[in-house]
Design a protein around this ligand. Structure first.
Ligand code: FAD
Length: 270
């Protein structure tokens, strides 16, 4: 999204403010040359390579593998990085305000602040599930799983949502824990198939791949609620699954007192 202050003659280099410095914001900054006076805002110091964050679940990757310093990337593009969240944009006046109270004037503003989290109406997500949308969050899931899988206690993990993110989460848990006899993995998908957007051949391959492990695939099955002790499926008795929450746009937040562990991948959240 872009905004331009109206009625201001551009006598000097146009001032461009970019809100957000991950894929969208950084790319915009890289496309703007020295004829622009560019300032990029983001509260986090790290650019994050999100397509691989599922590998933090198995700890095959560590946070440092997926992060690059934003300040350096923005400087390499010839621009200025400000490590602050933008709280207000006044397009008419051509100003923005940051959480730290700074007011910054611009001629153009590019907003690349990413998506919003959503629960898709599933009760308990915010309180009882762990989010799956950043390096920090997926690393927390990986660490939580490592703690849960210590010892021989029987563990049941549910992945809610059998889209790409859910299947990736399943693969990563299997990668690390597939030989553990005390682990049952469930993947719950409301649609009629895993990864409904992909070819049925891919779903068939996934089903073949998991056959040797205790993986239970529940398609055509929606989750209605996540409770402190498990996941409740719509029109089904309460199952005491472990839960983590994984979603491309999830609204899920970790719950430190979560007694077990569950993965709920809900790419249908929007
Ligand atoms: C698990 C997962 C797997 C994915 N896999 C793939 C894949 O394989 N292929 C693919 O193409 N895409 C994939 N995606 C999608 C891809 O990551 C997104 O499309 C991409 O991140 C969108 O880029 P963006 O810059 O618009 O938003 P984001 O990457 O979300 O970045 C938004 C930035 O804005 C910042 N921000 C937010 N609010 C403010 C504020 N108020 N002030 C300043 N800064 C702010 C945030 O800190 C963040 O750095 C995946 C996403 C996830 C979560």
């Amino acid at each position: 999204m872009t905004a331009r202050r109206r009625g201001t003659p551009l006598t000097t280099r146009p001032r461009v403010a970019i809100v957000g410095a991950n894929f969208g914001g950084l790319r915009a900054a890289q496309e703007l040359g020295s004829e622009f006076d560019v300032t990029v805002f983001d509260p986090s110091p790290w650019f994050e390579w999100l397509p691989n964050i599922h590998e933090l679940v198995s700890r095959a990757k560590r946070p440092a593998d997926l992060r690059l310093p934003r300040k350096r990337l923005v400087a390499a593009a010839g621009h200025r990085f400000v490590r602050e969240a933008v709280t207000v944009i006044d397009a008419r006046r051509g100003t923005l305000a940051t959480a730290g109270g700074t007011v910054h004037a611009f001629d153009f503003c590019i907003v690349a602040a990413g998506g919003v989290n959503a629960t898709s109406g599933v009760r308990g997500v915010e309180r009882h599930a762990m989010p799956f949308r950043s390096v920090e969050q997926c690393d927390a899931i990986g660490r939580r799983l490592a703690v849960l899988m210590k010892g021989r206690k029987q563990r049941s993990i549910v992945i809610v949502g059998g889209g790409f993110a859910g299947v990736e989460a399943l693969g990563e848990i299997m990668r690390r824990y597939r030989r553990r006899a005390n682990l049952t993995l469930h993947i719950v998908e409301a649609g009629p198939a895993l990864m409904p957007a992909a070819s049925p051949k891919i779903e068939a391959a996934v089903r073949r791949h998991v056959r040797a492990c205790d993986v239970r695939i529940h398609t055509g099955s929606a989750v209605a609620a996540i409770t402190p002790t498990g996941v409740r499926r719509a029109a089904a008795p309460h199952r005491r699954y472990c839960t983590l929450q994984s979603s491309r746009r999830s609204h899920c937040s970790g719950h430190p007192s979560m007694p077990r562990c569950a993965v709920a991948a809900t790419p249908t959240c929007s």
